[in-house]
Design a binder for this molecule. Structure first.
Ligand SMILES: NC(=O)c1ccc[n+]([C@@H]2O[C@H](COP(=O)([O-])OP(=O)(O)OC[C@H]3O[C@@H](n4cnc5c(N)ncnc54)[C@H](OP(=O)(O)O)[C@@H]3O)[C@@H](O)[C@H]2O)c1
Length: 367
């Protein structure tokens, strides 16, 4: 162990065991499946891989994939109980692997993990150093924990546009599901990063919130047909980011999508009930994808990948431009023991922005 590491360890004494929300079984009710334990082992130096950092988690956030895993949606492709869930975290690096070069003990960071390697509903967790970004000092722990997965998902969507800086500037684009965690970042990045003309779809209660994110035209899907509004304005969309899913969004969006435009969905339809539903949706995707090769709009399904360098660019940009991440509403904040309630809230599909989980209080004066 290096001398600098041992000095920092005096600041952050790492316990052998920690509090963690452990998913003990799959099921429909997170309250029945998640259990707060006090004796979950902390990964110690010998179990940290050379390219990993050990992070003291100050805050985490909840994403739909977490309750979907509890419901067994990822089946054998996801983590298996008993396991700790949670993708996003903000916290302090308290140990570094032998080949880590980008971070040192004491760095305040934010990061998210790939869905197959979850585990931020706990006090200490490891990340590959390439998944991690440094937290701007003025960004709160909860804002930082609410940022990685959703912003990086939208960033991934934007990679499907060849040259977004020139192709999207002042051009009409659409975000469906704009009041949710991912949709909020969709509006932020399209408006403030790329200067697009942003149409955004949400329900009546969230019109003002979505406008506050910077959307140019906010459409209430409860009272208006967004394809009609866009076509009455004489616009053809260059890009659609679908954060809701389903055939309806594809069909409506295609009526107002430019032939050279791009449709990116991050979702599967909510109503995949059985084998034939899945076959039918797979056929739709295959058909759209095949048409993409002709003159029709490009069609993509985006999956976020942890990318610390891209995450760093986004948080630094948001910080420089007046802490834009603060525009994303924190719907509610829970303590670690209340993660099941946070899951239940998110499962209503009616939360606005993000749900944060406060994990630890003592940051040793660092921020
Ligand atoms: N592919 C990936 O890598 C990836 C990454 C992250 C998330 N996802 C998926 O993307 C989806 C959204 O995630 P999220 O974190 O944004 O979820 P979220 O925070 O729960 O947001 C969902 C939003 O959808 C809106 N909504 C519900 N029904 C709607 C409808 N009929 N029409 C329009 N909007 C509707 C709701 O807003 P209103 O109340 O205003 O209607 C809600 O705010 C989830 O299915 C998630 O699993 C995929």
């Amino acid at each position: 162990m290096s001398s600098s590491t041992s000095t920092e360890q005096q600041l952050f004494t790492i316990p052998t065991h920690q509090r963690a929300q452990v998913c003990t079984k799959f099921g429909d009710d997170s309250a029945q499946c998640l259990q707060l334990v006090h004796d979950h082992p902390v990964p110690i130096e010998t179990s940290i891989e050379p390219n990993q950092v050990l992070v003291k988690v100050m805050a985490a956030s909840v994403n739909p994939v977490d309750y979907k895993i509890v419901r067994g949606v990822l089946g054998r492709f996801g983590p298996q109980p008993p396991c700790v869930l949670g993708n996003d975290a903000s916290g302090i690096v308290v140990q570094v692997g032998t080949s880590v070069t980008k971070f040192k003990v004491g760095d305040c960071v934010l990061a998210y993990k790939v869905p197959t390697k979850l585990g931020t509903y706990c006090e200490y967790t490891t990340f590959h150093e390439n998944e991690v970004a440094k937290k701007p000092p003025l960004m709160s722990w909860t804002d930082a924990a609410c940022t990685p997965l959703v912003s990086m998902t939208i960033w991934k969507c934007l990679q499907y546009v060849k040259d977004p800086a020139t192709e999207l500037k002042d051009q009409p684009v659409l975000v469906v599901g704009a009041s949710g965690g991912t949709g909020s970042w969709g509006v932020l990045l399209l408006k403030h990063f790329y200067g697009a003309k942003v149409y955004a779809v949400c329900s009546t209660n969230n019109l003002e919130y979505v406008r506050s994110l910077g959307a140019d035209v906010v459409i209430d899907y409860k009272t208006q047909d967004y394809s009609s509004v866009i076509s009455e304005n004489g616009d053809r969309l260059k890009l659609v980011i679908d954060c809701v899913g389903g055939y309806d969004v594809i069909d409506k969006s295609y009526t107002v999508l430019d032939k050279r435009g791009t449709f990116v969905t991050i979702c599967s339809p909510k109503d995949l009930m059985g084998f034939w539903d899945i076959c039918s949706f797979a056929w739709t995707l295959l058909w759209k994808k095949t048409l993409s090769f002709a003159t029709h709009p490009n069609f993509y399904i985006a999956f976020a990948n942890p990318d610390g360098a891209a995450l760093q660019n986004i948080v630094d940009w948001a910080e420089r431009n007046g802490q834009l991440y603060k525009l994303v509403r924190t719907h509610s904040e829970y303590e670690l023991e209340d993660v099941p309630k946070a899951h239940t809230d998110l499962e209503t599909h009616r939360t606005v922005g993000k749900i944060a989980i406060r994990v630890q209080k003592d940051s040793g004066g660092l921020h």
